[in-house]
Design a protein around this ligand. Structure first.
Ligand SMILES: C[S@@+](CC[C@H](N)C(=O)[O-])C[C@H]1O[C@@H](n2cnc3c(N)ncnc32)[C@H](O)[C@@H]1O
Length: 291
Protein backbone atom coordinates (compact mmCIF):
# COMPACT_ATOMS: atom_id res chain seq x y z
CA UNK A 1 0.00 0.00 0.00
CA UNK A 2 1.36 3.39 -0.85
CA UNK A 3 1.50 5.89 1.94
CA UNK A 4 -0.97 8.74 2.21
CA UNK A 5 1.30 11.34 0.65
CA UNK A 6 2.46 12.82 3.92
CA UNK A 7 4.52 15.86 2.85
CA UNK A 8 6.69 15.70 5.97
CA UNK A 9 8.88 13.10 4.24
CA UNK A 10 9.54 15.27 1.21
CA UNK A 11 12.95 16.89 0.90
CA UNK A 12 14.21 20.17 2.39
CA UNK A 13 13.87 22.34 -0.75
CA UNK A 14 10.21 21.49 -0.71
CA UNK A 15 9.72 23.18 2.67
CA UNK A 16 11.70 26.21 1.58
CA UNK A 17 9.58 26.56 -1.51
CA UNK A 18 6.36 26.02 0.31
CA UNK A 19 6.93 28.86 2.74
CA UNK A 20 8.80 31.28 0.48
CA UNK A 21 6.94 31.12 -2.81
CA UNK A 22 3.31 32.14 -3.04
CA UNK A 23 1.84 30.10 -5.85
CA UNK A 24 -0.41 31.76 -8.39
CA UNK A 25 -2.48 30.92 -11.44
CA UNK A 26 0.56 30.98 -13.73
CA UNK A 27 2.31 28.41 -11.54
CA UNK A 28 -0.75 26.19 -11.47
CA UNK A 29 -1.06 26.35 -15.25
CA UNK A 30 2.62 25.59 -15.68
CA UNK A 31 2.38 22.55 -13.40
CA UNK A 32 -0.77 21.36 -15.19
CA UNK A 33 0.96 21.37 -18.59
CA UNK A 34 0.83 17.87 -19.94
CA UNK A 35 4.33 16.56 -20.82
CA UNK A 36 4.26 15.50 -24.53
CA UNK A 37 6.19 12.30 -23.68
CA UNK A 38 3.27 11.19 -21.49
CA UNK A 39 0.75 11.32 -24.36
CA UNK A 40 0.95 7.53 -24.72
CA UNK A 41 -0.74 7.16 -21.31
CA UNK A 42 -3.77 9.02 -22.71
CA UNK A 43 -3.75 7.36 -26.14
CA UNK A 44 -4.15 3.82 -24.83
CA UNK A 45 -7.41 4.65 -23.02
CA UNK A 46 -10.82 3.66 -24.37
CA UNK A 47 -14.24 4.92 -23.35
CA UNK A 48 -15.54 1.48 -22.36
CA UNK A 49 -12.52 0.55 -20.25
CA UNK A 50 -11.62 3.93 -18.81
CA UNK A 51 -15.01 5.58 -18.29
CA UNK A 52 -17.62 2.76 -18.23
CA UNK A 53 -20.31 4.82 -16.46
CA UNK A 54 -20.27 7.35 -19.29
CA UNK A 55 -20.13 4.63 -21.97
CA UNK A 56 -23.35 3.21 -20.52
CA UNK A 57 -25.11 6.59 -20.58
CA UNK A 58 -24.38 7.78 -24.12
CA UNK A 59 -27.04 7.31 -26.81
CA UNK A 60 -27.10 8.10 -30.54
CA UNK A 61 -28.07 11.72 -31.15
CA UNK A 62 -26.54 13.24 -28.01
CA UNK A 63 -24.28 16.28 -28.63
CA UNK A 64 -21.18 15.90 -26.46
CA UNK A 65 -18.37 18.17 -25.30
CA UNK A 66 -15.26 16.41 -23.94
CA UNK A 67 -13.39 19.10 -22.00
CA UNK A 68 -9.70 18.31 -21.44
CA UNK A 69 -9.79 15.60 -24.10
CA UNK A 70 -6.02 15.08 -24.40
CA UNK A 71 -5.25 12.96 -27.50
CA UNK A 72 -8.94 12.22 -27.95
CA UNK A 73 -8.81 8.48 -27.31
CA UNK A 74 -11.94 8.43 -25.15
CA UNK A 75 -13.49 11.24 -27.26
CA UNK A 76 -13.40 8.86 -30.23
CA UNK A 77 -15.48 6.34 -28.26
CA UNK A 78 -17.95 9.10 -27.41
CA UNK A 79 -18.27 10.06 -31.10
CA UNK A 80 -18.87 6.45 -32.08
CA UNK A 81 -21.54 6.09 -29.38
CA UNK A 82 -23.58 9.18 -30.29
CA UNK A 83 -23.12 9.31 -34.11
CA UNK A 84 -24.32 11.05 -36.16
CA UNK A 85 -24.56 13.80 -33.49
CA UNK A 86 -21.48 15.99 -33.19
CA UNK A 87 -18.80 15.59 -30.55
CA UNK A 88 -16.25 18.30 -29.77
CA UNK A 89 -13.02 17.69 -27.89
CA UNK A 90 -11.44 20.70 -26.21
CA UNK A 91 -7.98 20.95 -24.74
CA UNK A 92 -5.54 23.69 -23.86
CA UNK A 93 -2.58 21.75 -25.32
CA UNK A 94 -1.83 22.31 -29.02
CA UNK A 95 0.54 19.31 -29.03
CA UNK A 96 -2.10 16.90 -27.72
CA UNK A 97 -4.71 18.26 -30.14
CA UNK A 98 -2.36 17.73 -33.09
CA UNK A 99 -2.10 14.07 -32.08
CA UNK A 100 -5.86 13.90 -31.58
CA UNK A 101 -6.56 15.29 -35.06
CA UNK A 102 -4.04 12.95 -36.70
CA UNK A 103 -5.36 9.84 -35.00
CA UNK A 104 -9.12 10.47 -35.15
CA UNK A 105 -9.64 12.16 -38.55
CA UNK A 106 -11.72 9.27 -39.95
CA UNK A 107 -14.53 9.94 -37.45
CA UNK A 108 -16.67 12.48 -39.33
CA UNK A 109 -18.81 13.69 -36.40
CA UNK A 110 -15.74 14.48 -34.25
CA UNK A 111 -13.81 17.76 -34.15
CA UNK A 112 -11.26 19.36 -31.83
CA UNK A 113 -10.92 22.93 -30.61
CA UNK A 114 -8.08 24.50 -28.65
CA UNK A 115 -9.61 26.35 -25.72
CA UNK A 116 -9.28 26.98 -22.01
CA UNK A 117 -11.75 25.10 -19.86
CA UNK A 118 -12.34 28.24 -17.79
CA UNK A 119 -13.58 30.13 -20.91
CA UNK A 120 -15.26 27.79 -23.36
CA UNK A 121 -16.21 29.20 -26.80
CA UNK A 122 -19.73 27.71 -26.74
CA UNK A 123 -23.29 28.57 -25.75
CA UNK A 124 -25.68 26.32 -23.78
CA UNK A 125 -25.69 23.73 -26.58
CA UNK A 126 -24.52 20.29 -25.39
CA UNK A 127 -26.64 17.39 -24.14
CA UNK A 128 -23.63 15.94 -22.33
CA UNK A 129 -20.47 17.64 -21.09
CA UNK A 130 -17.56 15.54 -19.81
CA UNK A 131 -14.41 16.33 -17.84
CA UNK A 132 -12.45 13.14 -17.20
CA UNK A 133 -9.28 13.25 -15.05
CA UNK A 134 -9.08 17.01 -15.68
CA UNK A 135 -10.31 18.78 -12.54
CA UNK A 136 -7.41 17.23 -10.61
CA UNK A 137 -5.19 19.62 -12.62
CA UNK A 138 -7.16 22.82 -11.99
CA UNK A 139 -6.55 25.15 -9.04
CA UNK A 140 -10.04 26.64 -9.38
CA UNK A 141 -12.19 23.57 -9.86
CA UNK A 142 -15.46 25.23 -8.84
CA UNK A 143 -15.01 27.99 -11.42
CA UNK A 144 -14.31 25.34 -14.06
CA UNK A 145 -17.39 23.28 -13.16
CA UNK A 146 -19.60 26.38 -13.41
CA UNK A 147 -18.20 26.98 -16.89
CA UNK A 148 -18.83 23.36 -17.89
CA UNK A 149 -22.41 23.67 -16.63
CA UNK A 150 -22.92 26.90 -18.57
CA UNK A 151 -22.44 25.15 -21.94
CA UNK A 152 -24.98 22.41 -21.12
CA UNK A 153 -28.46 22.85 -22.57
CA UNK A 154 -31.20 22.93 -19.90
CA UNK A 155 -31.82 19.30 -18.95
CA UNK A 156 -28.35 18.29 -20.17
CA UNK A 157 -26.00 16.28 -17.96
CA UNK A 158 -22.46 16.91 -16.75
CA UNK A 159 -20.13 13.93 -16.12
CA UNK A 160 -17.01 14.33 -14.00
CA UNK A 161 -14.43 11.58 -13.44
CA UNK A 162 -11.46 11.96 -11.16
CA UNK A 163 -8.93 10.37 -8.80
CA UNK A 164 -8.59 9.87 -5.08
CA UNK A 165 -4.80 9.79 -5.27
CA UNK A 166 -4.34 8.97 -1.58
CA UNK A 167 -6.06 5.61 -2.06
CA UNK A 168 -3.81 4.17 -4.76
CA UNK A 169 -2.71 0.64 -3.87
CA UNK A 170 0.32 -1.28 -5.09
CA UNK A 171 1.12 -4.80 -3.90
CA UNK A 172 3.66 -5.63 -2.66
CA UNK A 173 4.91 -2.23 -1.49
CA UNK A 174 7.01 -0.51 -4.19
CA UNK A 175 10.61 0.61 -3.51
CA UNK A 176 11.18 3.35 -0.95
CA UNK A 177 12.55 5.58 -3.73
CA UNK A 178 9.19 5.44 -5.52
CA UNK A 179 7.24 6.04 -2.30
CA UNK A 180 9.39 9.13 -1.73
CA UNK A 181 8.87 10.29 -5.34
CA UNK A 182 5.14 9.92 -4.98
CA UNK A 183 5.04 11.93 -1.75
CA UNK A 184 6.95 14.76 -3.41
CA UNK A 185 4.73 14.55 -6.49
CA UNK A 186 1.57 14.87 -4.40
CA UNK A 187 3.06 17.77 -2.42
CA UNK A 188 4.07 19.50 -5.68
CA UNK A 189 0.48 19.12 -6.86
CA UNK A 190 -1.11 20.23 -3.60
CA UNK A 191 1.04 23.37 -3.44
CA UNK A 192 -0.31 24.40 -6.86
CA UNK A 193 -3.85 24.18 -5.49
CA UNK A 194 -4.67 20.83 -7.10
CA UNK A 195 -6.84 18.52 -4.99
CA UNK A 196 -5.30 15.07 -4.54
CA UNK A 197 -8.67 13.81 -3.30
CA UNK A 198 -10.66 15.35 -6.17
CA UNK A 199 -12.85 12.23 -6.49
CA UNK A 200 -14.39 13.01 -3.09
CA UNK A 201 -15.20 16.60 -4.02
CA UNK A 202 -17.14 16.03 -7.24
CA UNK A 203 -20.67 16.01 -5.74
CA UNK A 204 -20.01 19.28 -3.90
CA UNK A 205 -18.68 20.89 -7.07
CA UNK A 206 -21.75 19.79 -9.05
CA UNK A 207 -24.09 21.18 -6.39
CA UNK A 208 -22.04 24.40 -6.30
CA UNK A 209 -22.69 24.84 -10.03
CA UNK A 210 -26.45 24.67 -9.48
CA UNK A 211 -26.93 21.18 -10.92
CA UNK A 212 -29.30 18.58 -9.50
CA UNK A 213 -30.01 14.82 -9.51
CA UNK A 214 -26.40 14.13 -8.50
CA UNK A 215 -25.31 10.51 -8.88
CA UNK A 216 -21.92 9.01 -8.06
CA UNK A 217 -20.39 5.75 -9.25
CA UNK A 218 -17.08 4.45 -7.85
CA UNK A 219 -14.53 3.41 -10.44
CA UNK A 220 -11.77 1.12 -9.18
CA UNK A 221 -9.12 0.38 -11.78
CA UNK A 222 -7.47 -2.86 -10.70
CA UNK A 223 -4.93 -4.83 -12.68
CA UNK A 224 -3.31 -8.11 -11.58
CA UNK A 225 -0.26 -9.97 -12.85
CA UNK A 226 -1.32 -12.35 -15.60
CA UNK A 227 -3.95 -10.04 -17.07
CA UNK A 228 -3.36 -8.97 -20.67
CA UNK A 229 -2.70 -5.29 -19.98
CA UNK A 230 -0.72 -5.83 -16.77
CA UNK A 231 2.62 -4.68 -18.17
CA UNK A 232 1.37 -1.37 -19.52
CA UNK A 233 -0.83 -0.53 -16.53
CA UNK A 234 1.58 -1.52 -13.77
CA UNK A 235 4.19 0.80 -15.26
CA UNK A 236 2.07 3.90 -14.69
CA UNK A 237 4.02 5.35 -11.77
CA UNK A 238 7.29 4.72 -13.61
CA UNK A 239 5.89 6.74 -16.51
CA UNK A 240 4.87 9.52 -14.14
CA UNK A 241 8.43 9.61 -12.73
CA UNK A 242 9.87 9.60 -16.26
CA UNK A 243 7.64 12.41 -17.51
CA UNK A 244 5.96 14.61 -14.86
CA UNK A 245 8.91 13.79 -12.61
CA UNK A 246 11.08 16.31 -14.45
CA UNK A 247 8.64 19.10 -13.55
CA UNK A 248 8.77 18.04 -9.89
CA UNK A 249 12.58 18.15 -9.97
CA UNK A 250 12.62 21.54 -11.73
CA UNK A 251 10.38 22.93 -8.98
CA UNK A 252 12.88 21.76 -6.33
CA UNK A 253 10.85 19.04 -4.60
CA UNK A 254 13.40 16.29 -5.13
CA UNK A 255 16.74 15.87 -6.89
CA UNK A 256 17.23 14.45 -10.36
CA UNK A 257 19.17 11.57 -8.77
CA UNK A 258 16.16 10.74 -6.57
CA UNK A 259 13.80 10.90 -9.54
CA UNK A 260 16.05 8.70 -11.66
CA UNK A 261 16.44 6.18 -8.81
CA UNK A 262 12.67 5.98 -8.39
CA UNK A 263 12.15 5.40 -12.10
CA UNK A 264 14.90 2.76 -12.30
CA UNK A 265 14.01 0.81 -9.14
CA UNK A 266 10.31 0.92 -9.92
CA UNK A 267 10.93 -0.63 -13.36
CA UNK A 268 12.71 -3.58 -11.73
CA UNK A 269 9.95 -3.92 -9.12
CA UNK A 270 7.24 -3.81 -11.81
CA UNK A 271 9.02 -6.47 -13.85
CA UNK A 272 9.93 -8.88 -11.03
CA UNK A 273 7.69 -8.35 -8.00
CA UNK A 274 4.52 -6.40 -8.71
CA UNK A 275 1.31 -8.34 -8.31
CA UNK A 276 -1.48 -5.80 -8.28
CA UNK A 277 -2.37 -2.12 -8.67
CA UNK A 278 -5.64 -0.39 -7.85
CA UNK A 279 -6.35 3.24 -8.73
CA UNK A 280 -9.37 4.77 -7.02
CA UNK A 281 -11.59 7.09 -9.04
CA UNK A 282 -15.15 8.29 -8.83
CA UNK A 283 -17.61 9.40 -11.49
CA UNK A 284 -20.22 11.97 -10.52
CA UNK A 285 -22.93 13.28 -12.82
CA UNK A 286 -25.74 15.80 -12.49
CA UNK A 287 -28.38 17.57 -14.58
CA UNK A 288 -28.88 21.22 -15.43
CA UNK A 289 -32.28 22.45 -14.30
CA UNK A 290 -34.74 23.06 -17.12
CA UNK A 291 -35.84 26.39 -15.66
C1 LIG B 1 -4.93 13.72 -17.40
S1 LIG B 1 -5.37 14.43 -18.93
C2 LIG B 1 -6.96 13.66 -19.21
C3 LIG B 1 -7.26 13.42 -20.67
C4 LIG B 1 -8.55 12.63 -20.95
N1 LIG B 1 -9.71 13.37 -20.52
C5 LIG B 1 -8.49 11.27 -20.29
O1 LIG B 1 -9.24 10.99 -19.36
O2 LIG B 1 -7.68 10.46 -20.73
C6 LIG B 1 -5.82 16.10 -18.47
C7 LIG B 1 -6.03 16.99 -19.70
O3 LIG B 1 -6.55 18.25 -19.28
C8 LIG B 1 -5.96 19.25 -20.10
N2 LIG B 1 -6.08 20.54 -19.40
C9 LIG B 1 -5.45 20.95 -18.28
N3 LIG B 1 -5.80 22.21 -17.95
C10 LIG B 1 -6.69 22.62 -18.89
C11 LIG B 1 -7.42 23.83 -19.13
N4 LIG B 1 -7.29 24.89 -18.30
N5 LIG B 1 -8.24 23.90 -20.19
C12 LIG B 1 -8.39 22.84 -21.03
N6 LIG B 1 -7.71 21.67 -20.87
C13 LIG B 1 -6.87 21.56 -19.83
C14 LIG B 1 -4.54 18.76 -20.29
O4 LIG B 1 -3.90 19.38 -21.41
C15 LIG B 1 -4.75 17.27 -20.49
O5 LIG B 1 -4.96 16.92 -21.83
Amino acid sequence: MLSKGNPTTCSAPYFALRSATPLNDATARQRAEFPPRAAAILSRRTLKTDYPALAAALLPGMRVLDAGCGTGAMTLGMAQAVAPARVVGVDVSADLLTKARQQRQAQENLSFVQADLYALPFEAEFDVVVAARVLQWLAEAQRAVRELARVLRPGGRLYLLDYQHYQATLEPAPPASMRHFRECYLAWRADAGFQNNMADQLPTLLAGAGLNDIQTVPQLETVRRGEPDFESRIGLWGEVAATRGHQVVAAGYLSEAEREQAEREFAVWARDQAQMQTLTLSSASASKPTR
